[in-house]
Design a binder for this molecule. Structure first.
Ligand SMILES: *Cc1c(COP(=O)(O)O)cnc(C)c1O
Length: 460
């Protein structure tokens, strides 16, 4: 019986369904043109399987929906805030909590408090909103992720790791006083959802302690990272995801969270801190940008759904199925010979657009092109993570990232295995006619986070 493959099957069953529209090729062609070849500008109604993002797109459980009915919509001191505060302490281990409307709300407040003009913020690869808030606060982001992370072919298990030599060079060059904190993401999004190891995190902690530098944790996908540690790192096989999450957090001084990811809600986020002084300042600032410190831009019911979602997100059965589904899709793509980032990450499949469309130079947006082609083929919506997302430097020059990726992000608990098959089949049929595909030119470019609203036209 040894040859039986055991499935990652879901630890839930379906209680309600949302009907989808299945469009024709002609309808999709029209919709794509109207959207300026930017999948962010499509109407969701025109999308069959939506893999634009795993942000705010999760399916809530019946318990979370019941939680919505228990919303205490008081302006101040809502009981849902106290429930959330208790859960964040218990599950994540941080002392002080400030809810925010979503992750970037927390990033804004934190950056304004900790960053001074001319500061350096080292991080394990940039994230769009995180880096922008650091820059708007007068800081400069410096990438200290290991080189392996920039190589989509490299199969190292912990491509989210920090290169301590890179950090040390920055400390020597600028001095530790110029570095308010090291910004550490778990399940590094832009590298393809790649985890950081506990060993690396411990070494980083020891280094930062010596130089009196804080570690701030972008914990948006910490549970997925913890799952990879459990599966791949020695000494963690028998620990629960919840225990591992707690240990990860214990090596950091505070966190920003987009609860729209791991925490299984459609809106919400928070800033969590261990230092009273920083918290006090943040609690002061949150009233300017988000709302009173006991709601931070959220309804009481949103905080309740988040508190329940956090508990569900660190259950081993949940996370095994969540990551299992992503791995299923990745394996299917590899069977078709499609070039993807390896190892397969926690929240989506990242197609290597430079390899897929080697005849299209980065100036003509290979990943953006591929996003349009996949949509035209099947109505599957994906997202560019390459030169468009990378944007421009403060001096106006384009960033040209090594990684030119197309992200197929899997919402949590939303799609079935047959949906995964449809997605892989669509990628495969575009792959078959890849030589005939032409690139794009940008015809409208917004100033900030251009990938959201830029418009393109097809090259002749
Ligand atoms: C989504 C995300 C954010 C920003 O959070 P929002 O809720 O979208 O504002 C920050 N960091 C990472 C890694 C993310 O994935």
């Amino acid at each position: 019986m040894k040859n039986i493959h055991h499935s990652w099957a879901e630890p839930y069953k379906i209680k309600m369904v949302e009907l989808l529209k299945i469009s024709t090729a002609t309808q999709r062609k029209k919709a794509m043109k109207e959207a300026g070849f930017n999948t962010f500008l499509l109407r969701s109604e025109d999308v069959y399987i939506d893999l634009l993002t795993d942000s705010g797109t999760s399916a809530m459980s019946d318990r979370q929906w019941a939680g919505l009915m228990m919303g205490d919509e008081a302006y101040a001191g809502s009981k849902n805030f106290y429930h959330l505060e208790k859960v964040v302490k218990e599950v994540y281990g941080y002392k002080y909590l400030l809810p925010t409307h979503q992750g970037r709300g927390a990033e804004n407040i934190l950056s304004r408090i900790l960053i001074k003009k001319g500061d350096i913020i080292p991080g394990n690869m940039y994230f769009t909103t995180t880096r922008l808030h650091q820059e708007l606060a007068g800081g400069k982001f410096e990438d200290i992720i290991i080189d392996e992370a920039h190589d989509p072919e490299n199969e190292f298990a912990f491509k989210g790791n920090v290169d301590l030599d890179k950090l040390d060079r920055l400390v020597k060059k600028h001095g530790a006083a110029k570095i308010p904190y090291v910004s550490i993401a778990t399940s590094v999004n832009m590298a393809g959802g790649q985890p950081i190891s506990m060993k690396n995190l411990k070494e980083l902690r020891a280094y930062c302690k010596k130089h009196k530098i804080r570690i701030i944790h972008d914990m948006t996908r910490v549970a997925e990272n913890a799952y990879f540690i459990q599966q791949k790192e020695k000494g963690y096989e028998k620990k629960s995801v919840k225990e591992i999450v707690n240990e990860i957090n214990s090596y950091t001084d505070g966190a920003t969270m987009s609860a729209k990811k791991d925490a299984l809600v459609n809106i919400g986020g928070f800033l969590a801190l261990n230092e009273w002084d920083v918290f006090e300042e943040a609690r002061n600032m949150v009233v300017v940008y988000e709302g009173l410190h006991t709601y931070g831009g959220l309804a009481g019911r949103d905080m309740e759904a988040m508190a329940i979602g956090i508990g569900e997100s660190v259950c081993d059965d949940h996370i095994r199925a969540r990551v299992g589904q992503v791995i299923y899709l990745g394996n299917k793509m590899m069977e078709y010979g499609i070039p993807i980032v390896k190892p397969i990450g926690g929240h989506g499949i990242f197609l290597d657009a430079k390899k897929f469309l080697p005849h299209i130079p980065q100036e003509n947006y290979p990943a953006q092109t591929l996003a349009a082609e996949i949509y035209l083929d099947s109505g599957v919506r994906t997202m560019e993570r390459g030169v468009v997302s990378a944007g421009r430097k403060a001096n106006g020059e384009n960033y040209y990232p090594k990684l030119e990726l197309l992200r197929f992000t899997i919402p949590r608990r939303v799609y079935t295995q047959a949906h995964m098959d449809v997605i892989a089949e669509s990628a495969a049929s575009v792959f078959e006619r890849r030589n005939k595909i032409k690139g794009l030119k940008m015809v409208y470019e917004p100033r900030y986070l251009r990938f959201f609203q830029a418009r393109f036209e097809k090259l002749n």
